[in-house]
Design a protein around this ligand. Sequence first.
Ligand code: ATR
Length: 280
Amino acid sequence: MRERYAVIGNPIEQSKSPFIHGEFARACGQQIEYDRILGPVGGFVASVDAFRAQGGLGMNVTAPFKLDACAYCTELSLDARLAGAVNAMKFEGKRVLGQNFDGVGLVRDLQVNLNMPLVGKRVLIVGAGGASRGALLPLLACAPAELVVVNRTLNKASELVDIARLHVPAQAQASQVQGVGYADLQDRAFDVVLHATSAGLSGQMPPLANSVFAPRALAYDLTYGKGLTPFLRLARDAGVSNLADGVGMLAEQAAEAFTWWRGVRPDTAQLIRQLTVPLT
Ligand code: ATR
């Protein structure tokens, strides 16, 4: 019998995980089955218990269950703990290991796929919600010169900075980590600008001045598949030509989970080409 994995969420039809893991398995010669599970709201535990009882070995977790998954796991990685969200679980008997690979996926996409080494760079994260939280420590581990979190609600940005200072004090100091409001960005420029707010969902845009983009900056939107988002359009209109969305991050976080489960690292280049929606 094939070893079983699945993604759980509600809704779940939109999830690209079955396609992605199917492609990885084919390319790596791994005999796995990867299902899509619609978890009833309030029924996360029962659904996961049932999957494990049928021999399931691991799961990806998507909205709205990332917090439930945190509570379900018996052991959490530091990234999952700090993000307060789990997007991959591995079942080992009674043990349930939880990981959040979004941050490492983002960093790998930036540094490997997009050829943007972060060491010594000025990095701006726009937004201080769950996505920013998950990215914080993996970004810091790359030793940027500056890591600035800008947010509409200043104390949420400050909270993130406190987390960094608490968990990696030496790196947080070396990298000059700061939480700021939009008005504090005047006359400051960054080599990498990462957009991680949900403003686009309501057709809005955080108030970013053109001057935040340094010459040859990379503008990166953590969403994917939406073409030229309001943030990317703003960057393009500010003269930025190096634009990317989160398709590579999506592929890389999946590759991290696959490697964790199967012990084989899949190549992501072809998958990223397949999933890319042009930024027009
Ligand atoms: P996620 O988990 O997707 O990151 P979240 O935790 O709800 O979502 O966080 C959403 C982020 O988008 C927050 O940083 C939020 O700013 P506030 O903390 O000030 O609410 C940001 N955001 C949402 N709408 C925005 C808007 N119109 N302008 C600027 N920031 C916005």
